[in-house]
Design a protein around this ligand. Structure first.
Ligand code: HEC
Ligand code: HEC
Ligand code: HEC
Ligand code: HEC
Ligand code: HEC
Length: 218
C-alpha cells in the first residue's frame, strides 16, 4: 500500500488525463457525481437549522433569485444586517452577561459573538458597527457546496415555476447546522425525476420535463 500523499498524487495524475476540469475539483477532494454528503466547513458558522428552522425565515428571503433565473444565489452580508445590526450575540450569551454583571454589581457589556464579528469584519465595520477606516470590506468567501460540471445546465426558475419545493432536491436544509449535499446530482438523478413528474405531475398539475440531450447539454 502506498502512503496516502503518494496515492493522492497518483490519482491526480490519472485524472489529469481524463480531463482538466476534474483536476481543480481535486483540491477539494471531490469527484463529479459522487459528492453526496459533501458538507464543507464554512468561513462563518451560519446555521440553516437556526435561521430557516427555528427562526422560520423563508428560503426565498435569502435565495429570491431562484424564482428568476439559473442561480438561487447566496445573499450578501447586507441581507444579514437586517437583523444583525441589533442582534450581535445569541440571547443565551446576552443573558449570561446580564447575570454576571448583576452578580458583580456593574453595567452589562455589549457582547459580540465571535462568528458575527466575522460578518462585521466582512462589511468593514468596527465593534460599534461604524465603518472602520482601517478595514477593507470583502465578501465572505463561502465555499460552494453544489457544483454541476460545465457541460450540464440547470436552471432554478423553470423548476420553481413548476411548483417543486427546494427540499425535493436539497433535502431538509432547515435541519442542517451546516449545508450538506443530499442528492448525487448525477444525470440519472435528473432523468429519474423527469420521468417521474411526466408520469405523476407536480402537485396534481401535468408537466413535460424534457428527456432530450439538448435540454441539459448545449
Ligand atoms: C435532465 C437533464 C439531462 C438530460 C436530458 C441529459 N443529460 Fe447528460 N448529464 C446531465 C447531468 C446533470 C450530467 C452531469 C452528471 C454528473 O456530474 O455526474 C450529465 C452528464 C452527461 C455525460 C458525462 C458522463 C456522465 O455520465 O456523467 C454525458 C456523456 C451525457 N450526460 C450525455 C447525455 C446524452 C447523450 C443525453 C441524451 C440521450 C443526455 N446526456 C441527456 C443531465 C442531463
Ligand atoms: C438568512 C438567509 C438564508 C436563509 C433564510 C436560507 N439560506 Fe440558504 N444559504 C444562505 C447562506 C449565507 C448560504 C451560504 C453558506 C452556507 O452554505 O451555509 C446558503 C447556502 C445554501 C445552499 C448551498 C449553496 C451551495 O453552495 O451549493 C443551499 C442549497 C441553500 N442555502 C438552500 C436553502 C433553503 C432550501 C432554505 C430554506 C429552507 C434556505 N437556504 C434558507 C442563507 C440563507
Ligand atoms: C429540481 C431540483 C432543485 C430545486 C427544486 C432547487 N434546487 Fe437549488 N440546486 C439544484 C442543483 C442541481 C444545483 C447545482 C446547480 C449548478 O451547479 O449550476 C443547485 C444549487 C443551488 C444553490 C447554489 C448555487 C446557486 O444556484 O446559487 C443554492 C443556494 C440553491 N440551489 C438553493 C435553492 C433554493 C433556496 C431552492 C428553493 C427556492 C432550490 N435551490 C430549489 C437543484 C434544485
Ligand atoms: C430575520 C433575522 C435574521 C437574519 C436575516 C439573519 N439572522 Fe443570524 N440570527 C438571528 C437571531 C435572532 C440570532 C440569535 C438566535 C439566538 O438567540 O440564539 C441569530 C444568530 C446568528 C449566529 C449565531 C451567533 C452566535 O454566536 O450564537 C450567526 C453566526 C448568524 N446569525 C449569522 C447570520 C448570517 C451570516 C446571516 C445572513 C446570511 C444572518 N445571520 C441573517 C436572526 C437573523
Ligand atoms: C425533483 C424533480 C426534478 C429534478 C431532480 C430535476 N428536474 Fe428538471 N424539471 C423538473 C420539472 C417538474 C420541470 C418542469 C417541466 C415543465 O415545466 O413542464 C423540469 C424542467 C427542466 C428543464 C427545462 C426544459 C423542460 O424540460 O421543459 C431543464 C433543462 C431541466 N429540468 C434540467 C434538469 C437538470 C439538469 C437536472 C439535474 C441536475 C434536473 N432538471 C433535475 C423536475 C426535476
Amino acid at each position: 500500500m502506498l502512503p496516502q500523499p503518494i496515492r493522492v498524487a497518483l490519482l491526480g495524475v490519472t485524472l489529469a488525463f481524463v480531463g482538466g476540469s476534474l483536476v481543480s475539483r481535486l483540491a477539494d477532494a471531490r469527484l463529479p457525481g459522487n459528492n453526496t454528503g459533501y458538507a464543507p466547513v464554512q468561513p462563518l458558522a451560519y446555521s440553516h437549522r437556526l435561521h430557516a428552522g427555528e427562526l422560520g425565515i423563508d428560503c426565498l428571503y435569502c435565495h429570491m433569485a431562484a424564482l428568476r433565473g439559473r442561480h438561487a444565489g447566496i445573499p450578501s452580508a447586507d441581507v444579514c444586517m437586517a437583523c444583525h445590526r441589533s442582534v450581535r450575540a445569541s440571547q443565551e450569551a446576552v443573558r449570561a452577561e446580564e447575570q454576571a454583571a448583576s452578580a458583580e454589581g456593574r453595567a452589562p457589556r455589549t457582547i459580540v459573538s465571535t462568528e458575527l464579528a466575522k460578518l462585521y469584519a466582512a462589511l468593514g465595520l468596527d465593534d460599534q458597527l461604524r465603518p472602520d477606516p482601517q478595514a477593507t470590506p470583502s465578501p465572505i468567501p463561502w465555499k460552494q457546496v453544489h457544483v454541476l460540471p460545465e457541460h450540464a445546465q440547470f436552471d432554478h426558475s423553470v423548476h420553481m415555476a413548476s411548483g417543486l419545493r427546494c427540499q425535493q432536491c436539497h433535502g431538509p436544509i432547515e435541519t442542517m447546522e451546516r449545508v450538506r449535499q443530499q442528492e448525487r446530482l448525477s444525470m440519472g438523478w435528473c432523468l429519474d425525476c423527469h420521468r417521474a413528474v411526466n408520469r405523476d405531475g407536480v402537485g396534481g398539475q401535468p408537466v413535460a420535463a424534457s428527456l432530450d440531450c439538448a435540454a441539459c447539454h448545449y
